[in-house]
Design a protein around this ligand. Structure first.
Ligand code: OOB
Length: 562
């Protein structure tokens, strides 16, 4: 089989592919039969609990999940989605999410993992870059009507002369779009089983071909799409499940957006299902409600970003919730400070696992066999013995052991390039990916994240490229120049500040509304907007982001938005 047309050729050079196959990292496993294999191996054991789109509680066994996936895949195929088609999936953490993703895998389609926060601007770019043929979304998510987003996506496709995507809405009211309930009746066990029995076998797939598309946190003006192959992604979830000790007794609460690489694969939904455990999808991020779910479902594992971990500590205090089932709290997505790590461990009395990962591949974990200090003070070590790490100075030379430098990495589940060849500068001639993080490596291989060199804002795990928002700002008729920088924030770690040069005095609220109206995720709307006569420059006349950051941190530290 030749590689997927979205790839320019094989995803990895043959020399490396041969090595990863020979070492057993890459197997024949593909995601097309992921759900069927789960039914076969884990059968009647619970697989997914949560609510459906209507808020009704649902628990599916591994066998029922396989039926739901087969029925959903067949339904989506009837709606016009075919093998090889990229399909944007944008759903909240409802049980249909898992059925849709596994259903798409089953028919050989390629899910594009959009976040619930993404809006017209991002979705249209995903559609364009992935040549997406479908969009599966829910009716209303956190106050936003996604049926309207589906309308916009169709309009944008038509305006660009592209084929309009097949749109499927998981809601009683499809708003003129196809309804999942009409394509696959997941709520009626008999109908679901019958649809699954009538579905064909899983689509054939080449393990080394494109399986799914993750999204980059962003370092350039346009969002970048991350092509992950079956073999590479499957290895990362298998190995993650092993490192994290997942098995039939694992009950993982999924509270971060299911689409995120952390929630999906580290070990996440796929790792826990693979190991025969149960995923409990949290319909809310409210820490108090989540603690109730921990107690009710005897949750053993949960993955949090640092601000949420802090909110859990506050919510636990005086709640009376029984969290004795918790075995491990994973924290990742942004730097978790040592003091926060100590507080979390003391409050919950369970193990903390730090996770330093990236949608491009490399994931580091602290291990349960590590001395406890390492889980408090480091961001873990790589999954694989085949993960190659080079820490470089500004001239591209390796730093001395233990010195901070720029992380670059290559390995059996790290991509060699973005879709469409975007941002080739992030990959060196030997295929190492430069993550933009500044790290230090301890003698045992554990990494400590010290900072970053990429122009990104990391708002408590939600990331975006400064440049993407700057491009929206300079579209404003009054704005002559704009720079977006991260400023420290006690709650989120970082917030964003837009520094503007304009031809008149601008109202910050109006500027924020302008960016929002451009159709971007709410977390990208500048938290603060300030105006300057001019922007500071470096010796060569480039805008000095560092100077801006330092000045703003001093001026605005702790001040309110505005
Ligand atoms: C995860 O993936 P992304 O793609 O949203 O973000 C990756 C970036 C990293 O390059 C780094 O800048 C930052 O997020 N990051 C951390 C971190 N984990 C991620 N910075 C400091 N400490 C950490 N523990 O965020 C992601 C993917 C898979 C698993 C976990 C996180």
């Amino acid at each position: 089989m030749s590689p997927h047309p979205l790839l320019d050729g094989p995803a990895y050079p043959e020399e490396f592919a041969a090595r990863y196959r020979a070492a057993g990292y890459w197997t024949g496993d593909v995601f097309a039969d992921f759900a069927d294999r789960g039914a076969h191996v884990h059968g009647a054991a619970p697989a997914v609990s949560g609510v459906d789109h209507a808020g009704a509680p649902v628990t599916w066994s591994h066998a029922e999940l396989a039926e739901a996936a087969a029925a959903t895949g067949a339904g989506l195929a009837r709606a016009g989605i075919g093998a090889g088609d990229a399909v944007i999936v944008q759903l909240p953490n409802i049980v249909e999410y898992v059925a849709v993703v596994l259903g798409l895998f089953r028919i050989g389609a390629i899910p594009v993992f959009a976040l619930p926060a993404h809006r017209r601007s991002e979705l249209t770019q995903f559609r364009r870059i992935a040549r997406a043929r479908g969009y599966v979304t829910a009716g209303r998510v956190a106050g936003c009507d996604h049926r309207g987003l589906a309308d916009e996506l169709i309009a944008d496709a038509r305006a660009a002369g592209a084929e309009a995507p097949v749109t499927v809405v998981v809601d009683a009211d499809g708003g003129g779009h196809a309804r999942l309930a009409d394509l696959a009746d997941l709520a009626d066990p008999a109908a679901r089983a019958a649809a699954a029995a009538a579905a064909g076998p899983p689509a054939p797939a080449d393990p080394e071909d494109l399986a799914l598309i993750q999204l980059s946190g962003g370092t350039t003006g346009t969002p970048k799409l991350i092509p992950r192959t079956h073999a590479a992604y499957h290895y990362s979830i298998r190995a993650s499940a092993g490192i994290c000790g997942c098995g039939p007794g694992t009950r993982m609460l999924a509270v971060l957006p299911a689409a995120h690489n952390f929630t999906m694969s580290s070990p996440g939904i796929l790792g826990v299902l693979w190991a025969g455990g149960e995923v409990i999808l949290a319909p809310t991020t409210s820490p108090r409600r989540c603690l109730e779910l921990v107690e009710r479902h005897r949750v053993t594992d949960v993955a949090l970003v640092p601000p949420l971990a802090m909110a859990w500590i506050a919510a636990l205090d005086g709640s009376g919730a029984d969290v004795s089932s918790l075995r491990v709290i994973q924290v990742g997505g942004a730097k978790f400070t040592e003091s926060a790590a100590r507080r979390l461990t003391a409050a919950f009395g369970c193990r903390l696992q730090q996770v330093f990962g990236m949608a491009e591949g490399l994931v580091n974990y602290t291990r349960d066999t590590d001395p406890p200090e390492l889980a408090l003070t480091t961001q873990g070590r790589p999954i694989s013995a085949a993960d190659e790490i080079r820490i470089l100075d500004e001239d591209g030379a390796e730093v001395a052991e233990g010195e901070p430098g720029r992380l670059t990495t290559r390995g059996p589940y790290t991509i060699r390039g973005y879709l469409g060849g975007a941002d080739p500068g992030s990959f060196d001639e030997e295929g190492f990916y430069a993550s933009g993080d500044v790290v230090r490596r301890l003698p045992g291989g554990h990494l400590v994240v010290e900072g970053r060199v990429k122009d990104q804002v990391n708002r408590g795990g939600e990331k975006f490229a400064a440049e993407e928002v700057e491009n929206h700002l300079i579209a404003h008729p009054g704005i002559l120049d704009a720079v977006v920088v991260a400023v420290p924030d006690p709650g989120l770690g970082e917030k964003s500040c837009a520094v503007l040069v304009a031809d008149r005095e601008l109202d910050p609220a109006e500027v924020r509304a302008f960016v929002r109206a451009r159709g971007v995720a709410a977390y990208k709307v500048p938290d603060r907007v300030v105006q300057r006569e001019a922007l500071p420059t470096t010796g060569v006349g480039k805008i000095s982001r560092r100077e801006l950051r330092e000045r703003l941190a001093a001026e605005l530290g702790g001040a309110g938005a505005g």
